[in-house]
Design a protein around this ligand. Structure first.
Ligand code: SF4
Ligand code: SF4
Length: 419
């Protein structure tokens, strides 16, 4: 990574503490990623993105800010990127995935809270995440209780707009979500000084759909036996999707898929067990579950998570001639996401069963971040549905620390032997 100290200092970062974080990541990345065998050439771009995660991309954000554009940080796949893009702002996904931020998060939050929320707050309060530091506005949502209350703390440090996400899917909830999207449009227009028009929104819808299509293409390739790409590499690509330049990202994913198309023509089937992961999001650099599974010579072939299918499934229609039409299309697409914060949320178990068939999986691992109650309570229903369909499932609850890695490995090993 080049010398970015001046840039980080301009972002009011805690440089000393940030040095510690910068020292941890390359080692972790090297041991988890660079030791994999037979990686596609197309992963070189994504290696590069990781190596420059606090460097070049942040410089790009700084440059766009110098040109008068805004940077908006989001935390949930319900926040419509299309609105941010239509106002010529840049959207960055900020879900904290590192154990590094937990300690600072716990200074103001209870310990018995989801690590994702603690890391989000810790990243901001410790001033060690240059993405957070680059944001002109954050967008929260009323999904789980931990996040909802965390916005009040973050709001003391940076402007935050909170979208009130309904938690049921009745017609009145669709209506209220459309209203929320309108309020969000007003807020983004106010922030950027740019009016969102039918044309600009149609353009951003097309761009976001292209991104979804590129990810879907990658995931479809994973349906091959074996998948021509590791679960770890696919997870990394999904994580990078949240903050990379969308056009460049789409081009690079499609280039990689061209290479994988060739790969599947010459490869032979193998006996590795195929695993579907379902559950809570895995924000970068949370690679713990995948690395345990793939070290045991099984393959993660699909993730029914927000760093997986929930991010790219279903496109937004661009039919219509008015902003009202497009807002309705956005609301319709986003409310199709089956997150456990909804009640009821029967669509999720159906999605898992559908993917288990499409990706020819041998078993499901239900990945639950500790203290995420919506997902842990929903486990029983999902387990019952999977059992009815003879799909084996293992529940793993964990956080970002490595303390339980040995125990997780033993449980996954036993599960792989059993299926
Ligand atoms: S799990 Fe739910 S609340 Fe969390 S990012 Fe996904 S959709 Fe949003
Ligand atoms: S994983 Fe669960 S508890 Fe954590 S932020 Fe997401 S919905 Fe909230």
């Amino acid at each position: 990574m080049g010398d970015y100290r001046k840039m980080w200092s301009d972002l009011n970062m805690d440089l000393e503490k940030h040095d510690v974080l910068c020292a941890v990541l390359p080692e972790l990345y090297g041991s988890v990623y660079l030791n994999q065998e037979n990686r596609p050439e197309g992963m070189n771009y994504f290696n590069f993105v990781v190596s420059e995660v606090h460097g070049l991309r942040i410089e790009e954000l700084a440059n766009t800010k110098t040109e008068g554009n805004k940077v908006v940080g989001t935390f949930c796949v319900f926040v419509p990127d299309e609105i941010i893009l239509a106002a010529k702002a840049t959207s960055v996904g900020l879900c904290g995935g590192s154990q590094f931020w937990i300690e600072d998060g716990e200074k103001v939050l209870p310990r018995n809270l989801c690590p994702l929320v603690k890391a989000i707050v810790g990243a901001k309060l410790s001033a060690t995440c240059p993405y957070f530091q680059s944001c002109d506005m954050l967008v929260g949502e009323t999904t789980c209780d931990g996040k909802k209350k965390a916005w009040e703390i973050l709001g003391e440090h940076v402007p935050i707009h909170v979208m009130d996400l309904p938690q049921m899917k009745r017609e009145r909830d669709y209506e209220s979500w459309r209203e929320e999207i309108k309020l969000f449009i007003n807020k983004v227009e106010e922030l950027t000084g740019n009016k969102i028009t039918v044309e600009s929104l149609k353009e951003s819808i097309a761009l976001a759909n292209q991104k979804r299509r590129a990810l879907k293409r990658l995931y479809d390739l994973r349906k091959n036996i074996p998948s021509p790409i590791s679960g770890l590499d696919s997870l990394l690509i999904s994580q990078i999707a949240f903050y990379d330049d969308p056009e460049r990202f789409i081009a690079k994913v499609n280039e990689l898929c061209d290479e994988l198309d060739e790969r599947v023509k010459t490869q032979n089937p193998d006996e590795r067990k195929r695993i579907l992961i379902t559950g809570t999001p895995m924000a970068i650099p949370n690679w713990k579950m995948h690395s345990i599974i793939e070290e045991l010579n099984a393959q993660v072939v699909v993730e029914e998570t927000c760093t997986g299918t929930r991010y790219f499934e279903n496109e937004v229609s661009s039919n219509g001639d008015t902003l009202e039409d497009l807002i309705k299309n956005l609301a319709d697409r986003y409310l199709k996401i089956n997150c456990a914060c909804f009640t009821p949320n029967d669509g999720r178990a159906q999605d898992i069963i559908k993917y288990a068939g499409e990706y020819k999986v041998d078993g499901v691992i239900y990945y639950n971040l500790s203290f995420c109650h919506t997902y842990s309570v929903e486990y029983k229903k999902v387990e019952d549905e999977l059992k009815k369909n003879d799909i084996p499932v293992l529940f793993i609850e964990t956080d970002y620390s490595s303390e339980d890695s040995g125990q997780m490995k033993t449980r996954v090993e036993a599960f792989l032997e059993m299926i």
